[in-house]
Design a protein. Structure first.
Length: 134
């Protein structure tokens, strides 16, 4: 009976831990925030392409599998995902929000739960700075 109770408690703990991981999301600023004026689509595409042109050469000098390589690859995937969405005429705030799971799941869908929220927040803030018309 005690073994059964222990197993139930252990299983419940694991379920809660996994559930918490799947529900991890960062709190984004609202897409309709009037304080943010977004770049027009053509300008945003240019900014994104310029950013990617700057990032790609840096990737070539890093060793695959290392943390710096993975972090830079995550940024490249993030910006490519935003660019694909903007080309399809998806609004910038939505494109940025939808690019976060792509950046988080660089190592596959299971990697998404282990990507720190702080990393995703930095990517989000960086994209807003790049694509907002300041």
């Amino acid at each position: 009976m005690i073994k059964l109770l222990f197993r139930i408690v252990l299983l419940s703990g694991l379920v809660l831990l996994v559930e918490r991981g799947y529900t991890q999301q960062i709190k984004l600023s609202p897409a309709n925030d009037p304080a943010i004026i977004w770049l027009p689509s053509v300008q945003a595409q240019t900014q994104l392409r310029d950013k990617l042109d700057m990032l790609h050469p840096q990737l070539q000098v890093l060793t695959p599998g290392t943390v710096p390589y993975t972090d830079l690859l995550r940024r490249i995937i993030f910006y490519k995902s935003i660019l694909r969405a903007v080309v399809k005429e998806i609004p910038l705030p939505v494109a940025i929000e939808h690019a976060l799971p792509d950046a988080a799941s660089i190592g596959g869908i299971y990697e998404q739960t282990f990507t720190p929220e702080a990393v995703l927040r930095l990517l989000y803030d960086e994209a807003v700075d790049l694509l907002a018309d300041n």
